[in-house]
Design a protein. Structure first.
Lengths: 296, 324
């Protein structure tokens, strides 16, 4: 390329054949380098086209269930959302996600988003609006949708209770238990349960907890000024139900309950995280086609 | 003006022709004439020998310390949760203030086709910062890949000396081609294509959030530089360098060349990441007695350290005058 203009310029010596050959080789090398680098970078398309890079994303991610293009485009891959999350639910995707490299995701079974930050800190931290500021409350988000994937494994449906650590002694996931510590999430392994009939997915659902709080606040209502900003501002109180336990009658005299995912489910993944059977009986889907599982 | 013109030429990969006699000032002409026949090889060698060169020279020491410190600040800030420097090199909040890497922000803007206010604030802040500090200063004083690449370069040079490998050069114009192609790809595909292979982003995130598969790519780049082409990524590919080089067009922090004492032995060009910016140190290569090295220079100070006659020095335009 550089040798094209040379004859026009003054006092330029003509190139020796050797120099000419070197220049030709350099040009070839450069073309290969360009094609190679751009080719490698475009390999990032593969996981995107195959759909293998689609994951559960933090609240407010600019995406539809099956198209994450806007989210990848708007994310600057800095991980500020990772840093503010009190339960460290957010991780950054690796090179195997192609164009999705450095984009935040949540592995719900490992550590779900339990909204223990209350104020959607990841959304507030996002510098590019990839997690959209249009959200105000946890109940506004729709990350995914829970589905009872293995109803036969569900303890409640078998009429069984649950005693012990929900995910075993080695499990490192955190949840906020308001009755223990309002501000600091604690390891699930440090909070054993003793339940007549397993209701963990309902009991720990952040949306259901919020509904209970709203009801409690309602019954205590007095003339005193409301203390919490969130309550003054509404905070979608009470939000729509996300999951309920409904009694089943099999005619065998055993009390069985069935978890039913409701319209208010935001897909945070806490039910998948806390489900004590391996692998989880309830999981998060990215779309709600499969639900609500009224029958089956 | 000639500084900006030279800089643009270097950034897009053009060669700047050696100034003709008419283009040279009378003073520099006189200096060149005065040196004729004066610089015997033995004299030059003696001066070179007297100039102590250590493995870690003055500016290199300071630069490595700065680079490591900046990257450690990110790591420590997250590790100890002190919220001093949140995020990574692509985008951060420094004590609450938004910072956005200009090239990453450009990729996002082109792919997303929309910029939120916080990003604008981050862009302006970082633009102002590097405008004051010299543009490509980012490359050699902050970018973690630069440091690894510098180590790989020592290995490469040693292998070359042992005649085990040969250095292969590329046409420098390929870098601006990459710049345009990556910008176009972001615009057309709607994905930040370059970020997928950017070792700067990969390394910064790996340091802060833990290592991953992506480090293999960085390793391959380093191997390519060790065995095939010296500093290939920084010299011929990286669009981040071009972006910050453009910021440097208007920056007062530069390396100044003084032709008077120069022995033209070329040690500076041997250590330089971007030796084309130092072509003015070739005998009869300068237009003026004092001339600034173009903005493609990363202000790394290797030449300042190696120069036996102190012909290359850091300067802050305006400030030096004020201090006089």
């Amino acid at each position: 390329m550089s040798d094209k203009k040379q004859p026009v310029k003054k006092n330029k010596r003509p190139m020796t054949p050797r120099r000419k050959e070197q220049s030709r080789r350099e040009f070839l090398r450069s073309s290969v380098l360009a094609a190679g680098m751009i080719g490698v970078s475009m390999l990032g398309y593969v996981p995107v086209l195959q759909g293998t890079s689609i994951r559960l994303r933090p609240p407010g991610a600019l995406k539809t269930p099956d198209d994450e293009q806007q989210f990848y485009a708007s994310c600057i891959k800095c991980g500020q959302c990772v840093q503010v999350c009190p339960v460290e639910a957010i991780k950054l995707a690796d090179l195997l996600d192609g164009f999705g490299i450095g984009v935040p995701y949540i592995d719900a079974r490992e550590q779900a988003c339990d909204f223990s930050c209350d104020g959607l800190q990841c959304v507030l931290a996002c510098p590019t609006g990839a997690l959209t500021h249009d959200l105000d409350y946890p109940a506004d988000t729709r990350m995914g949708f829970a589905r009872l994937a293995r109803p036969k494994a569900c303890l409640a449906m078998q009429g069984k209770g649950f005693k012990g650590q929900a995910r075993g002694a080695d499990y490192r996931g955190l949840l906020r238990y308001e009755e223990i510590d309002r501000w600091n999430p604690i390891p699930v392994s440090e909070h054993p349960y003793d339940l007549e009939i397993c209701d963990l997915c309902v009991r720990q659902c952040p949306i259901e907890i919020r509904i209970t709080q709203c009801e409690a606040a309602e019954s205590e209502k007095s003339d005193q000024p409301v203390a919490r900003v969130a309550q003054q501002m509404g905070n979608a109180c009470p939000p729509k139900h996300a999951i309920t336990l409904e009694p089943m009658d099999q005619g065998d005299g055993v009390l069985r309950m069935k978890p039913v995912v409701q319209e208010g489910c935001v897909g945070c993944g806490v039910c998948e995280m806390i489900c004590p059977v391996e692998s989880a009986a309830i999981v998060i889907d990215l779309d709600n086609n499969a639900d609500t599982v009224k029958e089956s | 003006m000639s500084y900006i013109k030279d800089s643009i030429a270097h950034l897009i990969g053009n060669k700047i022709p050696r100034p003709s006699k008419e283009e040279r000032s009378a003073e520099v002409q006189a200096i060149y004439a005065g040196k004729k026949g004066k610089l015997s090889k033995a004299d030059v060698e003696a001066v070179r020998h007297a100039h102590k060169s250590t493995f870690l020279s003055k500016w290199q020491k300071r630069r490595w310390a700065t680079l490591i410190l900046v990257n450690l600040l990110f790591v420590a800030s997250f590790y100890f949760d002190v919220q001093l420097v949140e995020g990574a090199l692509t985008g951060a909040r420094v004590m609450g203030f938004h910072f956005a890497d200009l090239n990453a922000a450009l990729q996002v803007a082109l792919a997303y086709k929309h910029i939120v206010l916080n990003l604008v604030i981050g862009i302006v802040t970082v633009f102002m910062m590097w405008l004051l500090l010299g543009g490509r200063t980012f490359c050699s004083w902050v970018c973690p890949y630069h440091l690894l690449s510098e180590w790989a370069e020592y290995l490469h040079l040693w292998l070359v000396k042992k005649q085990l490998v040969k250095n292969h050069t590329f046409n420098r114009k390929v870098r601006i081609v990459f710049y345009l192609v990556f910008a176009l790809l972001a615009l057309l595909t709607g994905y930040t294509v370059f970020e997928t292979i950017s070792p700067t982003g990969i390394l910064s995130r790996a340091l802060i959030y833990g290592p991953g598969v992506a480090l293999i790519w960085v390793g391959l780049l380093l191997l390519f530089e060790i065995f095939y082409s010296r500093r290939a990524w920084c010299r011929y590919v990286c669009p981040i360098g071009v972006t910050y080089g453009a910021v440097g067009l208007l920056s007062p922090v530069r390396v100044k060349y003084n032709a008077e004492a120069c022995h033209h032995e070329g040690d500076c060009r041997k250590v330089c990441l971007v030796p084309h910016v130092l072509e003015l140190t070739i005998r009869s290569g300068a237009r003026d007695v004092n001339q600034d090295v173009s903005s493609d220079c990363t202000r790394c100070g290797m030449c300042v350290d190696v120069c036996p006659t102190d012909s290359l020095t850091y300067e802050v335009k305006g400030l030096s005058k004020m201090l006089k």
